[in-house]
Ligand binder design. Structure first.
Ligand code: AMP
Ligand code: MG
Length: 352
């Protein structure tokens, strides 16, 4: 958020630290890049920052990532510091091809087949880690999470850097993920060395995370790859780690607060009456028919589950500016709806 004097600030609510970053310093770090044909000079400049141990925010098809050389423990440490990310939450290593997984993880036929089928794309695969992977990346787990993003700028950056890029979403820990470069700037200010701005992302929610390190494939986080597509591919229902699953195989990230705007989020189920809590309530959802529902100050409506997913986080960031609460429509559970439900539920119960 920016105030009238052009300063970026954060609300104290929900324990985000107040931070003021002069806008000219931030603007110097924003570099426009053509989404389809990233130019070589820009990508080489970005890659040299990665190789020197710096931080580059870059677009993927899911959300913007905050990248560092995944084989450099000091650089990886900067990601945790910039985000305020709990150190027990491991990072995903981003690759430019399935071959990049050799030397990082123990691969079997099932993992290779899944990579060939779903990469590049919004699927992260957790596999047994080889000793080459820094413990700062895995947060001390015996597994590592790998993904090949489906975005020309991300792939060009990984190629030019010549290393796997460790990258969580480029937001302060706990906040909605950034779906455009401006959101990165407003959350991370000058903690990042360069922001590659290729416009808004396509999917708008993070990758699906599966654990394929054991006998059963487990769903650790619903995301951009629909569960239905995974179950068809693996030919069996995919379980979520429940109380019966070994604790070590749970995704640590799911224990942490996530996706929360600075105002409370309330869930609305379409079979209930839609009632505003205050005259400054904002609405986000599909709400067939459009318009601002009676009693609400603002509404951001979408015409499909996919556009709801791609616009959810930007809507949270837009509505938190001038609304005192956000009412979010509870979507159907199929396709991307499962991931949407997960993000909305966690935004609505930020201390969960
Ligand atoms: P983020 O990059 O913040 O969108 O989140 C990455 C997600 O992947 C988090 O939920 C992490 O906990 C999860 N993750 C990363 N590495 C592992 C791993 N080795 N085992 C289980 N989950 C992981
Ligand atoms: Mg994240």
């Amino acid at each position: 958020m920016q105030n009238a004097r052009g300063l970026v600030w954060y609300s104290e609510r929900r324990s985000l630290k107040t931070k003021v970053t002069p806008v000219d310093r931030v603007d110097r770090k924003l570099t426009k890049v053509d989404r389809r044909r990233p130019d070589r000079d820009t990508m080489e400049k970005a890659a040299s920052i990665i190789k020197e141990g710096g931080l580059v925010a870059f677009p993927t098809e899911t959300v913007y990532g905050l990248g560092a050389d995944g084989m450099n423990p000091a650089a990886v440490g900067k990601i945790f510091a910039a985000k305020g990310r709990p150190s027990d939450n491991p990072l995903i290593l981003h690759l430019s091809s399935p071959d990049g997984a050799l030397g990082l993880a123990r691969l079997d036929g099932r993992a290779l087949a899944a990579m060939r089928a779903f990469w590049p794309g919004p699927l992260t695969i957790v596999l047994p880690a080889l000793s080459s992977v820094p413990r700062e990346v895995t947060a001390g787990l015996s597994t590592v999470a790998l993904r090949m993003p489906d975005h020309p700028v991300a792939l060009a950056l990984i190629e030019a850097s010549g290393c796997p890029i460790a990258a969580p979403s480029a937001n302060r820990s706990g906040r909605p993920s950034p779906t455009d470069a401006q959101a990165v700037v407003s959350d991370l200010g000058d903690a990042v060395d360069l922001v590659l701005d290729a416009g808004a992302v396509d999917i708008g929610l993070e990758s699906t995370v599966i654990d394929a390190s054991g006998e059963d494939v487990l769903l650790l986080r619903p995301g951009g790859t629909p569960l239905e597509a995974l179950e068809e591919f693996f030919g069996a229902p995919i379980k979520t780690p429940g109380s019966g699953a070994p604790e070590a195989r749970r995704s640590p990230g799911t224990r942490h607060r996530h996706y929360a705007p600075i105002v409370p989020v309330r869930i609305w189920t379409p079979c209930d009456a839609l009632i505003a809590a205050t005259d400054k309530s904002g609405f986000v959802g599909r709400l067939r028919g459009g318009g601002v529902p009676p009693g609400f100050a603002r509404a951001i409506c979408f015409d499909s589950a996919e556009s709801y997913a791609s616009g959810l986080f930007a809507a949270f960031r837009a509505l938190e500016r001038d609304c005192s609460e956000i009412v979010a429509e509870w979507p159907e559970a199929d396709g991307v709806g499962l991931a949407l439900r997960d993000r909305i539920r966690r935004a609505a119960s930020p201390d969960a």
